[in-house]
Design a protein around this ligand. Structure first.
Ligand code: PLP
Length: 409
């Protein structure tokens, strides 16, 4: 008799986006004359930068000719892309990362979900709350947790992100071997200072722990004091893996390209305490289970690092940040505390009320779709996330409607 992986039965069904869809469908059916504006999901709306499109076309033409056709490429990514990443995203910022420490992939979702495979089944986890759900669910699937009781998987140390700590979690009192951090944060939009990150790096070095640092939104950081990479912190090369994505910087959510940095100096230990290269383990895992990103897509990604590509992606992130600023100002003017939006494309509103009730109010009275914070974890209750990924016209209309709906709150 074939048996299932029973860890999957522990997964709390994720009703968030299906519940949103149900409520939106019901509203639209009842009010076909009232068009909705969606500021809920985190997908981008603007097209690929022209430099990426030109590179995509040129590389597609190469695939049409016997002389320039490419079959399987290196699983870790073509040197032209790995070298561009190392030069622009790391060397230029003083971070000592080599091209062969970069693994190109088809998404930070897959990488941040798959990475846990190379670590032991009984390691101790520290995961933020609220959180991008991939980190938790992939560890549940792998059997590293007990059942979910009262919105908490047994065995995980939850790093609570609340108004009291400015949504940047403190180092826990319970020990952790694998620590997930994400800055700029989804869903809160919070960023961590150099000192806050340095404290985590110190903790990881002292406890021989590893930090998984998701910086999928680093391109939105405008404050020069805020680190864009964990490797800007001295000593991080020995304790951190970093995930980056082209999804939000250049509209690659449908095109799919990302990368993960695993320094060669990173070690993890077997049961006898002997050290092993994490880079070698991830290389083995990656080359066994992944066959590389399509050549034209890697060319399109490399075009981000050209002079035009840099200007165009900057304009793109500036555009979304312009939306974010409008949203944050409008929400603040309504007297609601919020964070994010200045170095991130998300605004996290402390509604002080049930997050689904607030969602319903915006849906019914402003015809605006947001994301209830409760869907991101227990600490998300009392909050909603508004995304800046939309056209300027839609954002302006949505804010006018929200102001009208909330003014007599
Ligand atoms: N990490 C975070 C924090 C995200 O919010 C997202 C997407 O929303 C991802 C990773 C996924 O990125 P990708 O599109 O590269 O899979």
């Amino acid at each position: 008799m074939i048996r299932i992986n029973e860890n999957f039965t522990k997964l709390k069904a994720s009703y968030l986006f299906s519940d949103i869809a149900k409520r939106v469908t019901a509203y639209t059916a009842a009010h076909p004359d009232k068009p909705l504006i969606r500021l809920g999901i985190g997908d981008v709306t603007e097209p690929l930068p022209p430099a990426c499109v030109a590179a995509l076309h040129a590389a597609t033409d190469e695939m049409a000719s016997r002389d320039t056709f490419k079959g399987y490429g290196p699983e870790q990514g073509y040197p032209f892309l790995r070298e561009a990443i190392a030069a622009h995203d790391y060397a230029a910022r003083g971070c000592p990362i080599e091209p062969n420490e970069i693994f190109v992939s088809d998404g930070a979702k897959c990488d941040s979900g798959n990475i846990q495979e190379i670590f032991g089944p009984d390691i101790r986890l520290a995961i933020p709350d609220p959180v991008y759900p991939v980190y938790v669910d992939t560890n549940v699937m792998a059997g590293r947790t007990g059942p979910n009781i009262d919105d908490r998987y047994q065995g995980i140390t939850y790093l609570e992100c609340t108004p009291a700590n400015g949504y940047v979690p403190a180092i826990p009192s319970t020990p952790a071997d694998l620590i997930y951090l994400c800055f700029p944060n989804n869903p809160t939009g919070a960023v961590a200072t150099r000192e806050q990150l340095a404290a985590w790096v110190t903790y990881a070095r002292e406890h021989r722990a590893i930090i998984l640092y998701d910086s999928a939104y680093e391109a939105f950081i405008r404050d020069p004091q805020i680190p864009r990479s964990i490797y800007e912190i001295p000593g991080a090369r020995e304790v951190a893996i970093e995930f980056r994505s082209f999804s939000k910087i250049a509209g690659f959510t449908g095109t799919r390209c990302a990368y993960t940095v695993v320094p060669k100096s990173l070690q993890a230990y077997d049961s006898s305490g002997a050290p092993h290269s994490v880079h070698a383990l991830w290389n083995r895992r990656h080359t066994t289970k992944f066959n590389g990103v399509a050549y034209p897509i890697q060319r399109a990604a490399a075009a981000i690092y050209s002079e035009e590509g840099q200007a165009q992606t900057r304009a793109l992130t500036d555009f979304y940040l312009g939306n974010a600023k409008l949203i944050r100002e409008a929400i603040t003017a309504l007297g609601l505390p919020c964070i994010g939006g200045d170095n991130a494309p998300y605004i996290w509103i402390n509604t002080g009320t049930d997050s689904w009730a607030f969602f319903d109010k915006l849906l019914n009275e402003a015809q605006v779709v947001c994301t209830p914070g409760a869907g991101f974890g227990k600490c998300g209750e009392g909050h909603v996330r508004i995304s800046a990924f939309n056209s300027r016209a839609n954002v302006e209309t949505a804010l006018t409607r929200i102001a009208a709906a909330l003014k007599n709150r």
